[in-house]
Design a protein around this ligand. Sequence first.
Ligand code: HEM
Length: 222
Amino acid sequence: MSQKPTKRSPATRALRLFILTIAVGLPLYSIGVWMYQVAPIYRGTAPVVVTVLYLPARILGLVGFVLMFYQFVLSARFSFMESAFTRMELVRKHKTIGKIGFLAILLHGTAMLAYDLFTAGEIWLDLPKTMGLVALVLLSVAVAVAIYWKPLGLSNKQWMRIHRLAYLVFPLAFYHGITLGSTLNTSRPLLGLFYGMTAIYLVILVRRVRKAVSESRRGRKT
Ligand code: HEM
């Protein structure tokens, strides 16, 4: 069945374009900082493991973090998002970006662990790295239940509850990134961007908690 093309007002089209430009711009900006401020430091002098594992893992960490942040915005039901995109479009984007972001973060974590093994022959875990590892485990559970809830025999309510683990992942990954990340600590504007995303995440978290509290109060009354 062919779908009828949706007629959008010029204001909606402009808002969509604005949101999409920002959405594409933020990961590109992170990559740009990495390319122009980090990569040149290693040019010509880096051993193969640095070029093949460590440096790409850093871009993946930065981009993965930004994509993970988008997941909260996409599901936050902000009115400006809902006036630019339909619910269905937001859900579809949440699913696609979730998979790409998770893959980037998974590759980041495994490449960093492999880098430790290659260079030091062991994996040593300090607090910030352990927080990254815990974040990756929690994120893997949150993603796995979202994709495999049916074969796992979970109800809609059960997998959604477990999926909320993602809210714990963000602060852990933020602490991990700002304490360990040398790209983040090379560029003040990029670090500022990470603090900005965290401020928006906190707004989303507060809205979620308030909604959950008012729903449970309403539930108790009826
Ligand atoms: C097994 C789990 C993980 C390990 C072993 C790990 C390891 C590392 C290491 C060693 C760094 C420092 C790189 C440097 O020298 O600058 C780093 C940075 C970073 N990590 Fe992870 N990480 C893990 C999980 C995560 C997760 C779940 C996220 C969430 C998105 C994440 C996001 C970041 C970010 C944003 C940076 C900053 C990159 C930079 O500034 O260059 N990491 N990670």
